[in-house]
Design a protein around this ligand. Structure first.
Ligand code: FE
Ligand code: FE
Length: 287
């Protein structure tokens, strides 16, 4: 299948995911392959360049602009299954082995959640959580679709991956944005905090009328590693965020470590997921 945009983007997204799984947050018991800060590893160049661009360009103003551009949700009406098909056009046609790759990741995540006997809406989050990557198909570059997310409008945590690249972000020299609280109040709640722009925030807005609150937190903050893995930014959280944090943490291992040796068979699973999707979501969703 011919991919309309972002010809090399898929490779970077793949490389980023592998990077997070093997080097930053390896599976419990497994050791990180190598120190990701080891600048002598040329294999990591694409990921490092990706982070550099992301950290340099994700400013407060940039995020406001992207929200205005996309949160009107007036680009397409799609069913979940159309969105899955659409997302699969992201597949890199130079590599025949990763056909259906995006859908596979979603299914492997949801099937692992289902196998552990969780509630059906939790399973549904597995299937949905990366559908926001359709942003790539609107021509958006990878650095503002994937990667871990962080608050903008206040000081960047040192626990974000490659924090040194934030020195190139103009906000880090702007006194409005470079203090501990920046434009926010202590304990204001994450719902009042602007996150760097990407597939998480976008999909949250697409889904926010349809899913239970913990599901929405999983979707909205699954890439906010500085919060759910590093314990940072608690000063911006309220009690509700702290309650929801455990759900986000429950979801994360399924996202990172659910690669099963036996790929789930979409055709066989489709009836189950059709019913599940129909239980929570309308036939046409505004993206
Ligand atoms: Fe994701
Ligand atoms: Fe994912």
């Amino acid at each position: 299948m011919k991919k309309p945009v972002a010809a090399d983007g898929h490779d970077v997204a793949e490389a980023w995911e592998e990077f997070v799984q093997t080097q930053v947050y390896p599976e419990p018991g497994a050791k990180a392959k190598e120190d990701y800060r080891n600048y002598d590893s040329p294999a990591r160049d694409s990921v490092r360049r990706f982070y550099e661009e992301n950290h340099r360009k994700q400013t407060y103003d940039f995020v406001l602009g992207k929200r205005a551009e996309f949160l009107g949700l007036d680009r397409r009406q799609m069913s979940v299954f159309e969105a899955c098909d659409f997302l699969n056009t992201l597949v890199d046609d130079s590599d025949p082995d990763i056909e259906l790759d995006q859908l596979q990741h979603l299914l492997q995540t949801s099937e692992a959640i289902r196998a552990d006997g969780h509630e059906d809406w939790f399973v549904l989050v597995g299937l949905l959580h990366d559908l926001g990557k359709v942003l790539c198909l609107y021509g958006e570059p990878q650095w503002c679709v994937v990667g871990d997310t962080f608050p903008v409008g206040c000081q960047h945590s040192e626990r974000i991956v490659y924090p040194e690249f934030f020195s190139q972000n103009p906000d880090s020299r702007d006194p409005r944005y470079n203090t501990r609280l920046g434009v926010y109040r202590e304990g204001c709640g994450l719902r009042n905090v602007l996150m760097s722009w990407g597939h998480d925030e976008y999909l949250y807005h697409v889904m926010k009328d349809y899913l239970p609150e913990p599901a929405l937190y999983m979707i909205r903050y699954h890439s906010f590693y500085a919060w759910h893995r590093e314990g940072e930014y608690d000063h911006l959280c309220d009690e509700h965020d702290r309650e929801m944090l455990s759900w986000v943490q429950k979801f994360n291992p399924y996202d990172l470590y659910s690669k099963s040796p036996q790929p789930p068979d979409w055709n066989q699973l489709r009836p189950y997921y059709s019913d599940l999707v129909a239980k929570y979501l309308p036939a046409a969703i505004a993206f």
